[in-house]
Ligand binder design. Structure first.
Ligand code: C2E
Ligand code: MG
Ligand code: MG
Ligand code: MG
Length: 284
């Protein structure tokens, strides 16, 4: 009886796995097509100074609306792209789109064109030969200085194939790109080691921000990370700030920048222009 029950649940488990796998395959096929057809978009989320409210930069986030499935979250399609060999094309598309957008904002004469941060997959940073050279050639092709582009790399990416990742990171910094560590606090890397990479920013993972006011452990982590980052002259960004209470606390802790729905969701380029970039017109 027990064996039967076990094999029964195994079958259900297996069917679940198979279903998941076929969704992932179908998703990869559609994503590939969407990339080829130019159906993906970038939205831009402001990073705002904790004290002055000034715009320091924007993060570019991929958005995909499938005609049949509707909006598909990056939390779902990025891992699929990574597993099925599409992430290189996707990340190159994102970098190119961001560079083109930055150039467009400059040419359109917006007064404050913010640097754009682009996410780079762990797979890319740790495995691809010549990643840094490709990135540089790509931004230069669009007449964008690497200083205008920040690359966000997750903490776990740097641990994956550490030697290679660190070498690429150093190269990128030497070329003039700025670098941010994304989702900090979820891995186990030491700040001392990260410090040697000449990073510009440390982005504290949303999970800590979300729980810090109710959970003493999260608060301790946020406090310690901000304190150490300050001592190492690294700028800190709190991700996922949604409430005034969180903002007040982060101000008190001297976190440098805030990213989150409290200030703005990721916005299509046009809306970002209307709400956050200030035009220089003939009247000055
Ligand atoms: P991430 O790089 O950590 O980006 C921040 C995520 O937090 C975004 O989710 C953003 O929409 C969300 N977020 C920002 N503020 C808030 C807030 O106040 N509340 C809540 N609940 N969420 C907030 P999104 O756009 O769904 O992206 C998820 C992840 O997918 C990103 O996390 C990033 O790792 C990845 N991703 C997105 N676009 C790309 C891309 O072009 N290339 C690569 N490699 N990864 C990407
Ligand atoms: Mg990011
Ligand atoms: Mg993040
Ligand atoms: Mg994340």
């Amino acid at each position: 009886y027990r064996a039967k029950a076990q094999s029964g649940s195994y079958l259900i488990y297996e069917a679940g796995m198979r279903q998941q796998q076929s969704r992932s395959i179908a998703l990869a096929q559609r994503l590939k097509q969407a990339l080829a057809d130019g159906q993906l978009e970038l939205h831009y989320q402001p990073k705002v100074d904790t004290i002055t409210g000034k715009l320091h930069g924007v993060e570019a986030l991929a958005r995909w609306r499938d005609p049949q499935w509707g909006w598909v979250s990056p939390a779902e399609f990025i891992p699929v792209a990574e597993e099925r060999g599409l992430i290189g094309a996707l990340d190159a598309w994102a970098l190119e789109t961001a560079a083109r957008q930055w150039r467009q904002w400059q040419d359109d004469g917006w007064a404050q064109v913010p640097p754009i941060a682009v996410n780079v997959s762990a797979v890319e940073i740790s495995m691809v030969e010549g990643f840094a050279e490709h990135a540089l050639a790509l931004v230069q092709r669009h007449r964008v200085p690497p200083q205008a582009i920040e690359l966000e790399i997750t903490e776990t990416a740097l641990m994956r194939n550490a030697e290679k990742a660190i070498q690429t990171t150093r190269q990128l910094v030497a070329m003039g790109f700025s670098l941010a560590i994304d989702d900090f606090g979820t891995g186990y890397s030491s700040l001392a080691r990260l410090h040697r990479l000449s990073l510009a920013r440390l982005k504290i993972d949303m999970t800590f921000i979300r729980t810090m006011l109710d959970d003493a452990g999260s608060m301790a982590i946020v406090t310690a990370v901000i304190g150490m980052a300050r001592a190492l002259q690294l700028r800190t960004v709190a991700e996922g700030v949604e409430t005034a209470a969180q903002l007040d606390t982060l101000r008190r802790l001297q976190c440098d920048e805030i990213q989150g729905y409290f200030f703005s969701k990721p916005l299509p380029a046009r809306e970002l222009e209307e709400r956050w970039l200030c035009a220089v017109d003939a009247m000055g």
